[in-house]
Write a protein that binds this ligand. Structure first.
Ligand code: SAM
Length: 288
C-alpha cells in the first residue's frame, strides 16, 4: 500500500469510517518524498530508538521502521487504531501507544521501550501543540536529536538570531539546550487536508553543555521572559517591571556589564543575557 497516495488514503480512511479532526492538527502527508526525506535527515540506524508523535495513518512510521532499531509512535486519536493495525502490518519493530504525548512520563517510557538504544525523536508534529511538545521533549533531557516538521513561522522563531523580528524567549530556550538547523520547506499541497501555512523540517541536536556557564538557569529564563514580555520597552523598564527590581538597580547592572542602559532585549545574544543574569544574581543575593 502507498501510504502517501491521495486516492489510497481516501479509500483507506473511508473503509474505517475515519473523519479528520482539525483540533488534533490532522494533516496527513500525500507526497512520498516528504516522509522519506524527514526519516533520512533523522540520522537513524539499528542502534537508535525513535519516538514518533502522531503517526496518523503511518506513512512516516513506515519509513522510520525501515531505518531504526525500534519505533514508538504515540497517537492521541484512538479511531486511528484499526487503520494503523492495517497499515503497519509487517513493521515488527513498531509499537503504537494510544494517548496524549503531553501526559507521558518520557524518561520512564524511553527507559522501558528503548533499552540499549540511542533515543531520538522524529515526527510531523500536530501544529496546535508544537510549543508544549517541544518544551516537554527538551526538558525531558532524553533525546539526542529531534527532527520534526512544524509550521514555518515557528521554525523561524526557534532558529532566529538576535535583532530579528522572529527572535524571542522560546527560540532562546531551544537554543540554550540544542543546536538548531532549518532543513527544508514543505508546501501545503503535500498534505490532506491542506493546511493554510507552509511547513518546515528542523533538526535540534542536544548540546553536551549549555553554550555559556551561568550562575542560575531558572533566573536566566525569568530574565529572558521579562525582556520579551515587553519587547518594545527598554531592557531597564522590562526587567524592572518583570522582576520587581528598581530601575536604578537594573541600570547599574547593565552599565557594570558594559551595556547601553537604553538597550532593548531583542538585540542581546544568549551570552549577553547570561552575563546580565549573573550580575542580577549577585545583586539579588547581596540584598538577602
Ligand atoms: N504522521 C502523520 C503524517 O505525517 O501524515 C500525521 C501527522 S498529523 C500533522 C499529527 C498527528 O498527531 C495526528 O495523527 C494527530 O491525531 C496526532 N496528535 C495530535 N495531538 C496529539 C497528542 N497530544 N499526542 C499524540 N498525538 C497527537
Amino acid at each position: 500500500m502507498f501510504l502517501t497516495d491521495y486516492n489510497e488514503i481516501r479509500a483507506l480512511l473511508a473503509r474505517h469510517g475515519f473523519r479528520f479532526s482539525k483540533s488534533l492538527g490532522q494533516n496527513f502527508l500525500t507526497a512520498a518524498w516528504v516522509p522519506e526525506r524527514i526519516a533520512e535527515e533523522a540520522g537513524l540506524d539499528e542502534t537508535v530508538g525513535v519516538l514518533e508523535i502522531g503517526p496518523g495513518i503511518g506513512c512516516l512510521t513506515e519509513q522510520l521502521s525501515r531505518r531504526a532499531g525500534k519505533v514508538l509512535s504515540v497517537e492521541l486519536d484512538r479511531s486511528l487504531q484499526p487503520v494503523l493495525a492495517e497499515t503497519l502490518t509487517g513493521c515488527e519493530n513498531v509499537e503504537v501507544l494510544f494517548g496524549d504525548v503531553l501526559r507521558q512520563d518520557l524518561p520512564a517510557l524511553v527507559k522501558e521501550v528503548f533499552p540499549g538504544l540511542t533515543p531520538v525523536v522524529c515526527a510531523n508534529l500536530p501544529y496546535n501543540v508544537t510549543t508544549p511538545v517541544l518544551t516537554a521533549l527538551i526538558e525531558s533531557g532524553c533525546f539526542e536529536r529531534i527532527t520534526v516538521m512544524i509550521q514555518r513561522e515557528v521554525a523561524r522563531r526557534i532558529c532566529a538570531s538576535p535583532g530579528t523580528a522572529d527572535y524571542g524567549a522560546f527560540g532562546l530556550f531551544v537554543q540554550w539546550h540544542c543546536e538548531t538547523e532549518i532543513l527544508f520547506d514543505v508546501p501545503p499541497s503535500c498534505f490532506v487536508p491542506q493546511p493554510k501555512v507552509t511547513s518546515t523540517v528542523i533538526r535540534l541536536t542536544r548540546r553536551g553543555q549549555p553554550p555559556v556557564q551561568g550562575k542560575d538557569e531558572a533566573l536566566l529564563f525569568r530574565v529572558i521572559r521579562a525582556a520579551f514580555n515587553q519587547r518594545r520597552k527598554t531592557l531597564v523598564n522590562a526587567l524592572s517591571a518583570g522582576l520587581g527590581l528598581g530601575k536604578e538597580q537594573v541600570e547599574k547592572v547593565l552599565v557594570l556589564r558594559g551595556f547601553d542602559p537604553k538597550i532593548r532585549g531583542e538585540v542581546l545574544g544568549i551570552g549577553d543575557f547570561s552575563a546580565i543574569t549573573d550580575e542580577l544574581y549577585s545583586l539579588i543575593h547581596a540584598d538577602l
